[in-house]
Write a new protein. Sequence first.
Length: 179
Amino acid sequence: MTGSTTPPLVLVLPGAGYGQQAPLLWWTRAIAEQHGAEVVAPAWRVDAAAKADPVAFVEAQVDAALAGRRPDLVVAKSFGSFALPWAVRHDTDGVWLTPVLTDPAVVAALAGAGTGSVAVGGSADAMWIPSAVGATRAGLHTVEGADHALEVPGDWRGSQRLQADVLGLVEERVAALVS
């Protein structure tokens, strides 16, 4: 953003059952706004049609939310990672929180993502299969003991600490937009 008067635009995408009020996305919005970024954070309801073609559903939601604009960064949780093919096509970096690495389209897109992207998943999450991605320029971070919510079951303090570390990755990417 150097020299620009337009604030960077951060697109924050929810999961199927992990909405904008959930901790990782709530704090992502706060981080982006505290760095002077504009945030677009759509909400959606994932029904049978959305599950039948999640990439098309998420891309339609993204296009509607952005209304022709392009984000500088995408932060997406789980189901929101079906935006990965869109982001790669539009050369848009992202922080992909618990991407659905059981889906071939998500895996292929993450394999093609650039160095400005990072994916984070928990070692206790059945959808986090970094070996499926193979070679990628994106960063892949495994959080030991964390489940699909990036929490450690039965340990709220441990969960809070590890989520603070994950949010540190979000802050690094957002801060880079305004430096």
